[in-house]
Design a protein around this ligand. Sequence first.
Ligand code: GAL
Ligand code: ZN
Length: 687
Amino acid sequence: MTVGVCYFPEHWPRERWETDADRMVEAGIEYVRMAEFSWAVVEPRPGEFDFEWLDAAVGILGERGVKVVLCTPTATPPKWLVDEHPEILQADFDGTPRGFGSRRHYCFNSARYREETERLVSRMVDRYADSPHVVGWQIDNEFGCHGTIRCYCDDCAAAFRGWLRDRYDGIDDLNERWGTTFWSQRYPDFGAVDPPRPTPTDHHPAHLLDYYRFASDSAVTYNRLQARLVREANDDWFVAHNFMGDFETLDAHAVSDDLDLVSWDSYPTGFPQDRRAADATPDELRAGDPDQIGMNHDLYRGTKAAPFWVMEQQPGDVNWPPYAPQPAEGAVRLWAHHATAHGADAILYFRWRRCLEGQEQYHAGLRKADGSADRGYEEVRRVAAELPSLAPVDAPVALLHDYENWWALSAQPHSPDFDYWAHARTYYRALRERGVQVDVVHPSADLGGYAAAVAPALHIVDDDLAARLRRYVESGGELLLTMRSGFKDPWNKLRSEPAPGPLAPLVGATVDRHESLPDSLAPTVRYRGESYPARAWAEWLAPAGREADGDAGTVDGDEDRRADGDDGAVVLGAYENGVASGRPAITRNERGDGAATYVGTWPGGGLAAALADDLLARAEVERAGRFPRGVRAAERDGLVWITNFTSSPVEVAVPDGATWVVGDSAVGAFDVGVVEATLGDVSASID
Ligand code: GAL
Ligand code: ZN
């Protein structure tokens, strides 16, 4: 397997660099990433550059056969630049400048900052254009980290007005599309539109959605500027960016159109603590939630065909989550295997050595603060020697994911419990419990190669998307659509026709009413003869051609009705409690060679599993038996990984004579086994 590390030579005395490089080579490290926060070192005073240190570091690594990934250090504009041009700073929602003293304080829309970027980046890429050791560039670092995609400064206000002018056919068009008659919000001209700054209560949802689009586009444009400079210097280099986990505000699909290599930063013990509603279990605090990590792998892998990397992998305990337990014995190796099974071609650990200074002193490295090996180092050394390079993942199922839906639903969640990403993860988990590989793709992706597709909360739908999904189903696709789909037009305005709007003919049913529900009113749903808990939301579905207020009748007899020539959807599930009791909750409609299933509630794990099983069975997707929570299988290039993110040993059943490439059928706590097999032959149980 290909491993690498993020290294900050500028934090350590020069005499140490050769030793560091030797220790890296001993561990099997093939890539080193450097310089992402080095602006103040490469340009200590305006126009005065010092690349000598970086030349030396690149040389020391290069001489040992290590390939270097350099970064543009634009995430950290230095003090002299901020003092000379304070207008480059971002502003908070309430106008407070985001000042100097941490990082990511610059605004994407500052014309001055774009000039400064161009000046610095051109200089840097020219310097290394002929280096035999530098193989590619990471642009900036984690666009949007610390809530910095959405800036509210005056430059952003001006740029937003320009963005709106390009998008609308005059101010009357904007007023009409947004629906600004409500609360007298009509705008007299584009110059009168501001960013959504503080107001007494909620902002207009159309205003919010456009601001979110604009803010994401601003980062996309800024990245494109840098990508061009890198390619102009040497077009053999790859251009990469490191995205983040469960990250909402930046459209990674859009950014990746300008990249050659997509990567992200994976911190498994932090994510269940700071970006997931359910409490982290003791095992998750030690190794993370494989589906939370996996869904990010599959999203970033899905943004581009290849290659896909983990640019920063947690090496040990980290500084930023509420708590920082030591990872389980074996977790550092387990994460690399799990990433590889999900398609990663390289895994770089962040960071080489625990730092003595600055904000991240409490962050582990592969080496301790004194330079000796920490726990992660030995695990990396082991994993680096484990597997050869592999063919890409070939996923049979697509999960459609769209940031615009996420933003629109965040602007109006209509329930304190609703969360777009968590809702999507319910279905992702159900698919992954059966070991099925999933590509998380944008709805505009070509779905032709997928036997089944799941489209959670496809909130904004236009006629074009509806037509493409209809063609997918008619030509044999099995499509699962879920609650809140087709409610809105592209301007975040409610459609006059009932949801799912343009998808209604495909679904063969409409949403008659909907309700948002606290846990005390949580729905239960009867599906194929069993009763299941659901949560947060209930849509009362009305199959076409049947009375909206009619109840579902005997759900299990509904297939017969369809056979009688009724052309509406068949009811597969109905609510069992509350005001909705007896009304349809889940429908299925055959169209051409495929079918569209619609689920009008947020299923619990049991119902999601049953829905996924039925979907996969109808689509004839090969799958394993249902794995216990925390144990996951994934197939890549003729190998099946069993990754155990739990503290209980797992016994894996495979056909007699199957060859284990890593480990064997007894997969210990936080361990991994890799076997030559196909998914359908594998099952696992916890002892
Ligand atoms: C990442 C970031 C790194 C470092 C790391 C700490 O989000 O890219 O620079 O801060 O987190 O875990
Ligand atoms: Zn700004």
